[in-house]
Write a protein that binds this ligand. Structure first.
Ligand code: 4AD
Ligand code: MG
Length: 432
């Protein structure tokens, strides 16, 4: 008998197959049992009815407990009433492992701490399952977009001698005699070196920030995708981001309808994610926020609350351009029309989600970059190699980075990004 995955079940309509997985739920008693079995690819209902199923099957169905692992065998067919749903008339049950202890996560409500303590089990719950699958589509769509657009994948280091995104949020680790290393906050600086060899490149990996922020948008370890391109300036940089995000959302809509349903995600909202996105300058946004009652200052960075308030107004992603350079990183090129501002953009996701991408054109002049490094109190010695890129064939170039958990949070409609990473790391959580 063929063992199939539940996601392929419609190809086997009317045939006897085996399905192996875990007991998600059980209803019925005595005369008839409905076993909900999940195998990772989907869920199926197995039916064991007295008279039709053997006594052995009925006994096994009775004994099976939640999350026990099983192999069930029998013919599969379309559910008589529910479209798209398949059922198996169970002929045989093999119990792979019977849970004798009660599964800790029940159908009743649990608090977030309990669920996070049991993250290793919580991952099996329907909603958590759906979120990881959306995340996986986002990863695949990202690789696909870059492969189709001439970006090659370059793996940047995690142990680094210097800061990328400011020195206050660095994790320092001992590195042999007398030395310290820092866990990477972004691979960007290394990608800048790589594009002088390849023209266009991206990385995708874990990054670390000793963030003191305890918000629904912050983790201390998260996954970032950085992209960088030579001869690309600020405008084109935003165009690439817009295309990438549209590609990602379209792929999720194509591949993850069952997951979006589990998540009760408003699919109509996702369908609106089409180019062109909304574009506003930082100055315009400050004025808009003030009108909405915020007490934000003219040259302030946007806070989490500001982003929430602003993005709740819109149903498309919003580029906020040209932030004051004082609130942004040292490597950003200044706006030639206003030296107090950077040629940068943050992309904010709608529906209150806020920043998902940070990007900018990079400073390409050796002298100006040296000045910035000193202004930011950084040690020029550790940036020797980075400055070299401005010595040998410097070109205008730009790039951006997205936070995978932030994008996943928005697209899956998950309020707190801790649910979008398999094992979240936050100030007060390092386990499991
Ligand atoms: O805006 P950020 O700090 O930009 C950079 O690191 C640039 N070097 C990227 C580049 O230009 N290549 O971070 C990029 C993105 C943010 O927009 C956000 O989505 C995410 O990373 N991010 C976080 N996600 C979760 N937890 C945190 N603590 C995050 N900090 C940033
Ligand atoms: Mg940012």
């Amino acid at each position: 008998m063929k063992t199939i995955r539940i996601s392929d079940v419609e190809q086997y309509d009317g045939q006897e197959v085996a399905i192996q997985g875990w007991m998600y739920n059980k209803r019925g008693s005595g005369k008839i049992y409905f076993l909900q079995v999940r195998d990772g690819s989907g869920m199926i209902q197995g039916v064991a009815a007295e008279g039709e199923a053997s006594e052995e099957v009925m006994k096994a169905a009775e004994e099976l407990t939640m999350e026990s692992s099983v192999r069930i065998m029998g013919p599969v067919s379309k559910h008589p009433k529910w479209a798209g749903v398949y059922e198996m008339q169970i002929k045989k049950i093999e119990v792979v492992h019977l849970c004798t202890e009660e599964y800790p996560i029940s159908k009743k409500e649990h608090g977030p701490d309990f669920l996070l303590d049991n993250r290793h089990l919580w991952l099996r719950s329907k909603k958590q399952w759906a979120i990881q699958r959306v995340r996986n589509t986002i990863i695949n769509a990202t690789y696909e977009y870059f492969a189709q657009n001439g970006f090659i994948k370059i793996d940047t280091p995690i142990l680094t001698p210097n800061a990328c995104e400011g020195t206050t949020e660095l994790f320092e680790v001992p590195y042999f005699e007398e030395n310290s290393a820092y866990l990477a906050q972004s691979g960007q600086l290394y990608l800048e070196a790589a594009i002088m060899s390849h023209g266009r490149a991206f990385d995708f990996g874990p990054v670390f920030r000793a963030e003191k922020s305890k918000t629904r948008r912050h983790l201390t370890e998260f996954w970032m995708m950085d992209a960088e391109a030579a001869f690309v300036e600020h405008e084109e940089n935003m165009k690439i981001q817009e295309e990438l995000v549209c590609h990602i959302v379209a792929k999720v809509l194509e591949k993850n309808q069952p997951e979006l349903k589990v998540l009760e995600r408003d699919v109509e909202a996702l369908k609106k994610v089409k180019a062109p996105f909304i574009r506003k300058t930082h100055t315009e946004v400050i004025a808009e926020l003030k009108e909405m009652g915020s007490d934000i200052g003219e040259m302030d960075d946007l806070g989490a609350d500001d982003e929430t308030m602003l993005t709740k107004k819109y149903d498309k992603p919003i580029f906020v351009e040209k932030y004051p350079s004082a609130v942004k990183a040292f490597y950003m090129k200044r706006d030639p029309e206003d030296d107090s501002r950077a040629l940068c953009s943050d992309l904010l996701a709608p529906e209150g989600y806020g920043e998902i991408i940070g990007g900018s054109q990079r400073e390409d002049s050796y002298d100006v970059l040296m000045e910035r490094i000193k202004e930011h109190d950084l040690d020029p010695k550790v940036f020797d190699w980075y400055l070299d890129l401005r010595k040998y064939g410097s070109v205008p170039h730009s790039g951006f980075g997205y936070g995978l958990e932030r994008i996943t949070g928005w697209i899956s409609g998950t309020h707190h990004i801790r649910e979008t990473i398999p094992f979240p790391r936050m100030i007060s959580r390092l386990t499991p």
